[in-house]
Write a protein that binds this ligand. Structure first.
Ligand code: NAI
Length: 251
C-alpha cells in the first residue's frame, strides 16, 4: 500500500480521512498537535505553525512519501497571525519539504473551504503572495500587506487555492506529483461553532437551511481519498468543492 501522511489526523475531517485510507490499505502516518483517538500506522506530534515544528516533524516522517493530505487548520476565531501560519505559510513549508520525498504518481491534497471561493476577486494579491519564496518571505510580505482579523480565514483559504493551483504546474511537470484542493462547505466537526462566531448565526443558518444540514466528515473523506489515489492520476491543479451544492445556490 501507499504511505500517506495526514496532518490534522487527530480530529474531524483528518481523522475520518485517516480511517478511510487505512481501510483501503494505506499505511497512514498522522501529524497533529493533539494525540490521535484512532489507530494509525504512525503518529508524529508536532506544531505545524512554524518552521521549527515542521522541520522537527519531517525528521520523524518516512523518507518515501506517496501522498500528503494537508488537513490541519484553525478557524478564523484564532488570531490572524496563527491562521496565516497554520493554514497557509506552514502548509507551504511542509509541501516544500515533503515533496522532496515524493516521486512520480505522488499526490498532495490541501483542504481549502467554500469560504475561499472568492479568490478571483483578489487574484493579483494572492499571486504576489504565492510568489514569495518560503515561510519568512511570506511573513515579510504579509507584514507589508496586513490581513484584517475578520477576513483572515477567507483570505488564507483563497491564498491557499491560488498557491496550490499555480504551484501544481511545476510540481507535476518536474516531479510527476499532483496537487489539488478540496473545498468543503460546512462540516460537523469541533470547529463548526467557530464558523458561527466568524460569520454570524444568520449566514450559517441560511447556508445550513439551503443544504438542510452540514456535511458529515465521512462525506468529505472519500473525495480526499480519491484525489490521493491513482484513479485521479490525470487530475491536477483543481479546487474541488464538496458542499452538497451550496456554492451553486449563491448564483
Ligand atoms: P478540527 O478542529 O476537527 O481538526 C483540525 C485538526 O488540526 C485538529 O486535530 C488540530 O489539532 C489540528 N491542528 C490545528 N492546528 C495545528 C497545529 N498548529 N499543529 C498541528 N496540528 C494542528 O477541524 P476540521 O473541521 O476537521 O478541519 C479540517 C480542515 O477543514 C481545516 O483546514 C478547516 O479549515 C477545513 N474546513 C472545515 C470546515 C468545517 O465546517 N468544519 C469547512 C471547510 C473547511
Amino acid at each position: 500500500g501507499k504511505t500517506i501522511v495526514i496532518t490534522g489526523a487527530s480530529s474531524g475531517i483528518g481523522a475520518d480521512t485517516a480511517r478511510l485510507l487505512r481501510l483501503q490499505g494505506a499505511r497512514v502516518i498522522g501529524v497533529d498537535r493533539n494525540d490521535p483517538m484512532l489507530t494509525l500506522d504512525g503518529f508524529v506530534k508536532a506544531d505545524l505553525s512554524d518552521v521549527a515544528g515542521i522541520d522537527a516533524a519531517m525528521k520523524q516522517l518516512p523518507q518515501k512519501i506517496d501522498a500528503l493530505c494537508n488537513i490541519a487548520g484553525v478557524p478564523g476565531t484564532a488570531p490572524a497571525d496563527l491562521v496565516a501560519r497554520v493554514n497557509y505559510l506552514g502548509l507551504r513549508h511542509l509541501v516544500e519539504r515533503a515533496s522532496d520525498r515524493m516521486g512520480e504518481g505522488g499526490s498532495i491534497v490541501n483542504i481549502s473551504s467554500i469560504l475561499g471561493a472568492e479568490w478571483p476577486q483578489r487574484l493579483e494579491q494572492h499571486k504576489a503572495l504565492a510568489e514569495t519564496a518560503g515561510f519568512a518571505a511570506g511573513q515579510a510580505w504579509l507584514a507589508k500587506n496586513p490581513v484584517p482579523q475578520e477576513s483572515c480565514y477567507q483570505y488564507f483559504k483563497e491564498a491557499l487555492i491560488v498557491w496550490s493551483i499555480t504551484q501544481s504546474q511545476q510540481l507535476f511537470l518536474s516531479r510527476g506529483v499532483r496537487m489539488n484542493c478540496v473545498a468543503p462547505g460546512p462540516v460537523f466537526t469541533p470547529i463548526l461553532g467557530d464558523f458561527v462566531q466568524m460569520l454570524g448565526q444568520e449566514r450559517v443558518e441560511k447556508d445550513a437551511h439551503r443544504m438542510k444540514r452540514p456535511a458529515f466528515s465521512d462525506e468529505v473523506a472519500p473525495v480526499i481519498a480519491f484525489l490521493c489515489g491513482d484513479a485521479s492520476r490525470w487530475v491536477s491543479g483543481i479546487n474541488l468543492p464538496v458542499d452538497g451544492g451550496l456554492a451553486s445556490t449563491y448564483l
